[in-house]
Write a protein that binds this ligand. Structure first.
Ligand code: KMT
Ligand code: NI
Length: 266
């Protein structure tokens, strides 16, 4: 049986204090003890480990807008089936420029040409067999990776975990996911605080900025094989909404919501 204990960090609801160890994740640790972090000063400033800029350009071009993942607005009411597409009627498409304006980046790679294990926690990103992945790793500074599979046959307490991924939260770092197989939905809040559903599939590499309210669910296929990448030592701690006073949230609002909104209003 594959041990998935180490991928459960997402549902860790411990307070936002950081463990002192900087060692890599230990497969035997429970989720609450698996979050090695860098030292972060306790100040009102944004911690120094956070991204220095919001620039998303790399030598690897982001695909044309027409090749970005399908995205749409969800209905305003809470959805009863999180795995269903939950489109509005009529459907309201969310475009690549709109996703970019929320701080989301996207690349497309071809995992089918390479072999990736179903589970590797951690997985050394220096072992990348794909030159495109290696280039993104180097350009973006991805120093940590692991590989997980969310599937009912391999993930103990599958439905419970799937529910917990769906809690609305932020992180104090960028969320970076490379989809090696299967599919799922990342939901992010837009400038109007509506849910935007992004359908990620095999080959998609998507980043959600620090501080964005978001959640994840598998779709009706009930299976996703994903690489989780991280800049620095991984910290998966979710800060559940409401956390508007969190430094990362305040940074996100200033960077992507307030200023951009003023610009749009002229
Ligand atoms: C997340 O961010 O909720 C997860 O890591 C879930 C599996 S990865 C697609
Ligand atoms: Ni998250």
């Amino acid at each position: 049986m594959i041990n998935f204990i180490t991928m459960a960090g997402i549902e860790d609801d411990t307070p936002p204090t950081k463990p002192s160890t900087t060692e890599e994740k230990d497969k035997t640790n429970p989720p609450t003890e698996e979050q090695p972090v860098e030292e972060t000063p306790e100040t009102s400033e944004r911690p120094s480990k956070l991204p220095k800029t919001t620039t998303t350009s790399t030598m690897i071009p982001s695909p044309p807008d027409s090749s970005w993942p399908d995205a749409w607005l969800m209905p305003p009411d809470e959805c009863s089936d999180q795995k269903a597409p939950n489109r509005r009627s009529p459907n309201v498409t969310v475009t690549a420029p709109q996703l970019r304006s929320l701080g989301i980046s996207y690349w497309h790679l071809d995992p089918s040409s390479y072999t990736y294990p179903p589970l590797a926690v951690p997985w050394n990103p220096q072992d990348s067999p794909d030159p495109k992945l290696s280039q993104l790793r180097d350009e973006r500074g991805y120093s940590y990776a692991d590989i997980i599979t969310v599937h009912p046959d391999t993930l103990p307490e599958y439905e419970k975990k799937v529910k917990s991924f769906f809690e609305e939260h932020i992180h104090d770092a960028e969320e970076i996911r490379y989809i090696l197989g299967g599919s799922g939905y990342f939901d992010v809040r837009n400038k109007e605080d509506e849910w935007v559903r992004i359908h990620v599939k095999t080959g998609d590499l998507i980043t959600l900025p620090e501080g964005i309210y978001h959640r994840f669910t598998v779709d009706e296929g009930d299976s996703i094989h994903a690489m989780r990448l991280f800049i620095g030592q991984p910290v998966w701690t979710p800060f559940n909404r409401p956390c508007d006073e969190h430094e990362s949230r305040k940074w996100y609002v200033k960077e992507f919501l307030e200023e951009k909104k003023e610009e749009a209003e002229g």
